[in-house]
Design a protein around this ligand. Structure first.
Ligand code: ZN
Ligand code: MN
Length: 254
């Protein structure tokens, strides 16, 4: 079990793991961001970490410590920056932190790296950090990298199960049924089901304005209802997403 976490290995044990060419290092990336009154600020980091660990169990995987701060919360995907607790990085900071750790993993001799993103807004800054690192490492370096947002692995069959009345779309799935169900599965003690908000879903125009129009955001910070969330749905999604990510890694790196 301890063999799953890079931070719990000695450098000697880590070096031993590196001898196997099929070793895959997983780097979870999250955020410290409001997730309504019922979920913790660390939800994106906790879920990317839990999914990375579940994937690592299915392959020869090792999980690096989670990047726990993310890029700025956007009103239409994370509620925006005006909530207490939401603690974000400038894009350049996240890109450079990503570049730095990727370069270090390459120096160790890691050949297969999977960046498991759990915070929508991180996507292009993680991509930038990966690109900067690879440019610096040069094309001769054997490191191969996969970047993914875990929810993209949810199949239509799973979504039909989780949303019997129709899927509202990933855009409004902030602190809603998917994240709440996954949290009920992985971290039930951190979910306050009695605090589930009853706000109607957010209804955003097809543009953004700056500074943020905070009246666009439901006061709870939840962008669509989490009322249908259950631990059973969380288990179903966790199993399917984890199996699909493991299969994609075997396909690319196997
Ligand atoms: Zn989230
Ligand atoms: Mn987020």
């Amino acid at each position: 079990m301890s063999a799953l976490l890079m931070s719990s290995l000695s450098w000697v044990a880590y070096q031993e793991r590196l001898q196997k060419d099929d070793l895959v290092l997983l780097l979870p990336c999250g955020a410290l961001e409001q997730h309504g009154p019922h979920l913790p600020l660390g939800t994106d980091a906790l879920l990317s970490g839990a999914i990375a660990q579940a994937v690592a169990e299915r392959i020869n995987g090792l999980v690096a410590p989670t990047l726990s701060y993310g890029y700025k919360s956007q009103p239409k995907s994370g509620g925006g920056q005006h909530f207490p607790g939401t603690t974000s990085l400038d894009g350049q900071s996240l890109s450079q932190m990503t570049r730095d750790v990727v370069r270090e993993f390459a120096r160790h001799g890691i050949k297969n790296l999977v960046v498991v993103d759990g915070h929508y807004e991180n996507q292009w800054f993680l991509t930038e950090g990966i690109d900067l690192a690879l440019r610096e490492l040069g094309i001769a370096n054997p490191l191969r990298i996969m970047r993914l947002e875990y929810w993209d692995f949810c199949t239509e069959a799973t979504l039909n199960h989780v949303f019997p009345d129709g899927f509202p779309g990933f855009a409004l799935e902030h602190a809603a049924v998917i994240e709440t169900s996954l949290m009920l599965h992985f971290y039930p003690d951190l979910v306050a089901l009695d605090q589930l908000p009853t706000d109607p879903p957010a209804n955003f125009p097809p543009y953004d304005v700056y500074p943020t129009r905070i009246e666009w955001i439901p006061p709870s910070g939840v962008l669509s209802s989490a009322q249908g969330a259950t631990a059973t749905k969380g288990l179903l999604m966790a199993e399917q997403i984890t199996a699909s990510i493991a299969a994609a890694i075997q396909h690319e790196f196997g």
